[in-house]
Design a protein around this ligand. Structure first.
Ligand code: GAP
Length: 459
């Protein structure tokens, strides 16, 4: 059970910063907003794409035991019956009868008593109705705790019965397991990775992009021999997940592991561990890692009537692989990267806000400035340099305001390098000033050497 608490001051600061600076906007704001949904703005989408690319590189491109895929959001409903989602993908809700506010029952019980009662509807009702006060209005007048499905239902032309927006991306990997085995030369152990949207009808969506009803997952199903030693594979995936968070800027001390108690594991699961990050609202789940045995492949084989096994040609053994599932929410990684990068520093009696993103994920890599906006020769040269660099790096051209203000603007969005074209550039030596985001030091570099300079710094 997580310690996800309500927003606090730091969180509010980050939410308004993200909106002001073009990272994350409340969706449909002109219509009064919509259900804790968010849009990624111009810098947010760059950050998001950079994190996706980095994840794909680390977990697919650089590994010989991994392949990728991209399945649909709307899938055959039989798949969700087989996986148990149609029946059992529920959260417990409870309402305060006085103020009509709805809560996730296990969360409000945990918040008020410290007890983890997830899954125990009757127990939660007893505790709540035994005198707990509504955190919103202070009344003690609760409904019973009852289950609510997290599945989003829709309809499709020509299909009888409901169709669901996928509640996780994993389902498509299991339903395409046979196609992957048949079309690729994969050998156990191997994994399949996928990035895509998932939808959950959360009772309470909160804490900014941490918990939303539409979000993006990056999931892997890693298939292993059921007779092989799995503990070291599991440990290795845990380490890789932590490493990835640190590549995005998370500090080691802001990560912790939470192992789900054996008594709370599903019957098929051998072990589940979350990697939690120390968000401003407390340590909360970032990654999940679960050993799911052969539950998924066996359930889908039984429901579809299609064998989903694996032939070990060397030992002539046929078996249903076990699966280890590393999973993470992309939006939570984005929030982690922003929280980890956010810094306020006193510089010359002023407060400098700077996002110290690792260079790899910074939305803009290089900002290019002409020293003065009203000197056409400076502007033309700056445009020339911008045109030279923009095919390689995400660059921004800015000629607005004094240089100090332009530096601060780029610091705020985490741009590692600012490059200024001045009179020395055009009258003397064809050099430009490069200013480093973190040290604020400046150096002069020849324009002809810029490509090499940035290859070294940014590759
Ligand atoms: N296939 C396994 C699975 O979906 P999960 O723990 O329910 O497991 C995986 O979800 C990850 O998706 C979580 O670790 C979390 O990072 C992210 N996630 C889950 N619900 C979310 C939500 N409502 N909003 C944003 N991210 C969410």
């Amino acid at each position: 059970m997580k310690k996800e608490k309500n927003n606090n001051e730091q969180m509010e600061k980050i939410v308004s910063f993200c909106k002001r600076k073009g990272f994350v906007f409340p969706a449909c704001e002109i219509y009064g907003g919509f259900a804790n949904a968010y849009s990624y703005g111009p810098y947010g989408v760059e950050l998001k794409n950079n994190i996706k690319k980095l994840w794909w590189k680390k977990f697919v491109q650089e590994r010989e035991d991994m392949v990728g895929m991209d399945g649909p959001i709307l899938l055959n409903s039989r798949l969700w019956e087989a996986s148990g989602h149609t029946e059992g993908f529920n959260d417990a809700m409870v309402d305060c009868k006085k103020c009509k506010k709805r809560f996730r029952a296990d969360h409000v019980v945990k918040e008020l008593t410290g007890k983890d009662m997830e899954g125990d509807l009757a127990g939660m009702t007893t505790v709540l109705q035994g005198g707990l006060k509504c955190p919103e209005c202070g009344a003690s007048d609760w409904t019973e705790a009852r289950n609510m499905s997290q599945m989003f239902k829709t309809e499709m032309n020509g299909i009888d019965g409901p169709v669901y927006l996928r509640p996780e991306t994993a389902g498509a990997i299991f339903s395409d397991y046979k196609n992957i085995i048949d079309s690729m030369r994969v050998k156990i152990p191997f994994g399949v990775a996928q990035i895509g949207k998932a939808f959950r009808n959360e009772i309470v969506a909160r804490n900014f992009i941490f918990r939303t009803r539409e979000f993006e997952q990056m999931e892997i199903e890693y298939f292993v021999d059921p007779e092989a030693e799995w503990e070291s594979v599991f440990e290795n995936w845990l380490t890789k997940q932590e490493e990835f968070a640190m590549e995005l800027g998370a500090k080691k001390e802001d990560l912790q592991r939470y192992e789900h108690p054996k008594a709370k594991l599903s019957h098929y699961s051998r072990k589940t561990v979350d990697v939690e990050y120390n968000f401003p609202f407390g340590f909360s789940e970032l990654f999940g890692l679960a050993h799911r045995g052969d539950f998924d492949l066996t359930s889908h084989a039984n429901a579809s009537g299609i064998k989903l096994d694996y032939l070990d040609a060397v030992n002539n053994r046929r078996f249903v692989p076990h699966v280890i599932e590393p999973t993470v929410g992309l939006d939570r990684l984005i929030l982690t990267a922003i929280c980890a990068a956010y810094n306020e520093e006193a510089v010359e009696d002023e407060l400098r806000t700077v996002l110290k993103f690792p260079y790899k994920i910074a939305p803009i890599k290089i900002a290019i400035f002409p020293l003065l906006k009203n000197k056409p020769e400076l502007v033309a040269k700056a445009k020339e340099v911008y045109d030279m660099l923009k095919s390689e790096y995400m660059c921004e051209f800015d000629d607005n305001g004094n240089i100090g203000k332009r530096y601060r603007r780029q610091d705020e969005i985490g741009t590692p390098f600012c490059l200024t074209i001045d009179f020395d550039t055009i009258e003397k030596d064809n050099t430009v000033t490069i200013r480093d985001r973190d040290t604020m030091q400046q150096e002069r570099i020849k324009i002809v050497d810029l490509k090499t300079y940035f290859t070294e710094k940014l590759s």
